[in-house]
Design a protein around this ligand. Sequence first.
Ligand SMILES: [Zn+2]
Ligand SMILES: [Zn+2]
Length: 246
Amino acid sequence: MLGSPIDVFFPRRCAACGRGPWPFCPDCHGALIPLVPPMCARCGAPLARAAATCAGCPPAPIAAARAAFAFEGPARSAVHRLKFSGWRTVAKALGEAMAAVNAFEPEAVTWVPLSRARLAERGYDQARALALVVARRLAVPARPLLVRSEATLPQARRAAAERRLAMRGAFRPAPRAAAPSRVLLVDDVLTTGATAAACADALVEAGAADVGLLVAARALREHRPDTAYTGSGSRPGLWLPGDMPR
Ligand SMILES: [Zn+2]
Ligand SMILES: [Zn+2]
């Protein structure tokens, strides 16, 4: 039996496993790893003790960064679902979680764009989808301030410094884009920060003074202290998927 026609295109099922109830079913919700204090004040990385900065801080000109979840388990599945199936309900589940952890006051939200070729092939820009949800929640405009050059080399096997070099020049200000002073850059995943740094450089070129970064999930290479999260993902003050407006 089908539900409403909307549900056929945008099924309101668990953003991670696609089976249980939206936004995250109890099993997936319990396995999510939210990034919560104690953390790095600048980039939001979980730390054993709160600190102003940390070794994993994204490079300047990114003033501040936050991620809703560690890029593991259900968060990883949800990002994959967002990227390859384009469910808008997944963008909504992740985008609301992102807005809840944001620590940067922007005048506009923008996103890490796909190249035109990739967009044509996939038909869906996952970072834009997240940015629209975040902008709406923060009550600021979402603006396409960046364009991506067509030829960006594969990233997977590169070291961090090498990635940053390779990404330089991969983004430029969108034609006639005038960025406001404070821009929040949205992406799905933060790994080395090379992509975000290249985007931030282009945003500064477009007129921004401060760039904040907000992602759905962050790949954490170092050991996470046990104090940084709970397996059940439900510490006091945390965003809970059940609290989301429907
Ligand atoms: Zn699930
Ligand atoms: Zn940091």
